[in-house]
Design a protein around this ligand. Structure first.
Ligand SMILES: C[S@@+](CC[C@H](N)C(=O)[O-])C[C@H]1O[C@@H](n2cnc3c(N)ncnc32)[C@H](O)[C@@H]1O
Length: 240
């Protein structure tokens, strides 16, 4: 086990303040139409993730770091669950997501949007049949607490699909935290973190080429992903 669960994975709260300011700003500048465009573009990585947890019918699904809902609303298009709970600490993001949830296309579905910190999820133990998270885990200063929270809210046997950028080596760096780079783990660190949180990895897919294509084609404004030669993976986990 490398250093992610020895206490040093607990970053300073100032990282959270910076992250919240960045996404508040980003989502304030993104109306529902732009959010729909983002959802369409990112379906290239959302669809492989969703295919791992399909079907969602009758399930309680929680999307951690929902933002404006590119993954959650794609899930509703793909296979509508019983309830979709989206959690984020950015009010502007949730505001856009709330607007989209009222569109005729989604209005009939049960979508709950919760303003909260992912290191303290306001859901009861064993609430979720499925937990999703896309491009968010790297932003959490205290990944150990967040992963334990995921294990706590998941029902035994739940499917948990987490995607994000991964470092190809563990080296120091002063890259921006808010760009999902400085807080990125190696695959080995993530595997150890999952295990120590009581979660078992049951599958994974490498989406690096898809993300490279999105960034190169200017459909995802994330030049740091290419600059730092990151991998992008989705992991499927479960709770025993
Ligand atoms: C890169 S965006 C991804 C949004 C969405 N999952 C998507 O794929 O479009 C990361 C999201 O995580 C949220 N976030 C970051 N740290 C968080 C925390 N500690 N608690 C709650 N939300 C957080 C941000 O506000 C932002 O909306």
């Amino acid at each position: 086990m490398e250093h992610w669960c020895d206490g040093s994975c607990r970053g300073p709260d100032s990282l959270k303040v910076r992250t919240m300011a960045k996404y508040d700003d980003q989502w304030k500048g993104q109306d529902e139409q732009a959010a729909t465009g983002r959802r369409k573009a990112l379906s290239m990585i959302a669809d492989p993730l969703l295919s791992m947890v399909h079907p969602l019918t009758g399930k309680v699904v929680v999307d951690l770091g929902i933002g404006t809902g590119s993954l959650a609303f794609r899930a509703l298009e793909f296979s509508p669950p019983k309830t979709m709970i989206g959690i984020d600490f950015s009010s502007p993001g949730l505001c856009v997501a709330r607007g989209i949830s009222r569109h005729p296309r989604f209005a009939e579905y049960d979508v709950e949007l919760v303003l909260a910190d992912l290191e303290k999820i306001p859901l009861r133990n064993r609430t979720a049949d499925v937990v999703l998270s896309q491009a968010t885990i790297n932003l959490l200063p205290d990944k150990c607490t967040a992963m334990r929270e995921i294990a706590r809210i998941a029902r035994p046997g739940a499917k948990i699909a987490i995607s994000d950028a991964f470092r190809t080596t563990r080296s120091g760096g002063d890259e921006s935290w808010e760009q999902c780079i400085a807080g990125a783990m190696t695959v080995n660190e993530f595997s150890n973190l999952a295990l120590s949180s009581g979660l078992i990895i049951t599958g994974q897919a490498d989406l690096t080429q898809q993300v490279r294509a999105l960034v190169s084609g200017k459909k995802w404004d994330w030049p740091e992903f290419l600059q730092h030669n990151m991998d992008y993976r989705v992991f499927l986990l479960t709770k025993g």
